[in-house]
Design a protein around this ligand. Sequence first.
Ligand SMILES: *Cc1c(COP(=O)(O)O)cnc(C)c1O
Length: 424
Amino acid sequence: MNRSKNIFKTAKKIIPGGVNSPVRAFSAVNGQPFFVKKAKNQYLYDEDGAKYIDYIGSWGAQILGHSDSRIIKTIKKTISNGITYGIPCADEVEIAKRIIKIFPSIQKIRMVNSGTEATMSAIRLARGFTGRSKILKFNGCYHGHGDSFLIKAGSGASTLGIPNSKGVPKGLAKETISVAYNDIEAVKKVIKAHKLACIIIEPIAGNMNFIRSDKRFLKKLRVLCSENKILLVFDEVMTGLRVSLGGAQEIYGVKPDLTTLGKVLGGGFPVGAFGGKSKIMDCLSPEGDVYQAGTLSGNPVAMAAGIKTIDIISKKKFFDDLCANTKYFTDSVNMIAQSKGIEMCADSEGGMFGLFFTKEKPKNYSGISKRNIHQFISFFKFMLTNGIYFAPSAYEAGFMSSKHTKKDIDRTIETIDSWITRRR
Ligand SMILES: *Cc1c(COP(=O)(O)O)cnc(C)c1O
């Protein structure tokens, strides 16, 4: 760990916390990050020569594993024609065609540069379209770091939100209301008390570990939104092209008014997107009066990487295999936990999974909080020491790539087995 240690020491002097995104600092596991030298397929290699099986894949983006040779070939070919144009290119239309085909709820789509940008733009659009300003979100869901989302619940279910970051104006915070995930009664109360522009939700939450929304809850949310002319926004930045090709909306059979995408969509490049019904999307400039723009939006290299990724994962067998592999992993975890009598369980959908140190799978954020964080930290450290990288926080999900083999998974299960045995 010497090189990583030294780099981190320097980093902390010139980058806040030494990192460009907080979770990377490993502070949630009382640790120090390793610095990556290269990444190929299912593996990460650090500056000190250690090799890790990577169950994060850049927070889900690398669904084909790192540096897939087909993506690299595509990028090389594209970049030889130019890096950025700031004027339209045909691949922007090609990626839009594909997204619209995969997501029936999307009739028009606009590309941006990150998930944060996608969600920020989506709620501005919802506000512009409805002429209302309040939005409803759910505790534990993450929608990027836009001011309107860094909000925690007030004291009562329908009371206005308060910022959970300094720097968020109070005046803006009170335009966001946050209630418990999967709690339809709380939603009804809010709708009664306030005129909402939109309700935004991760239909399968991946930022409080891995928590599914209840099917009846999600369907009811759709009905309530339609009845009250509230736009339903699915934040599928993580789940889109990940839990299944068509995201959580495909699994649940619920059509949102707007969808946000990111992560897998850019094939590893900084890409986000938001889309939905034409009559809503047409409110965007230059067609309509809701302003939104981006110097590097629709970047040709990023578009080419995204298109290639979509074409590869669109083959039916791709998700069948990925899903089976992930399920093999989580089934094995559940089996071993049961046979060893330890409070631990796992769940998965498509190429995304959650590991919990509880007897039952949690249903909302407070279900996670009760979990023994202590157990997680011990687990994380043991796995890392043995060359297996899970997310450095108990509140993050895990991700399988198409490069992970049964052998990798079996080795992971054996290591989990020895952690359980060692604990005693
Ligand atoms: C990652 C994520 C975001 C933010 O995307 P960035 O590209 O990190 O800005 C928003 N919503 C969800 C559900 C995410 O998982």
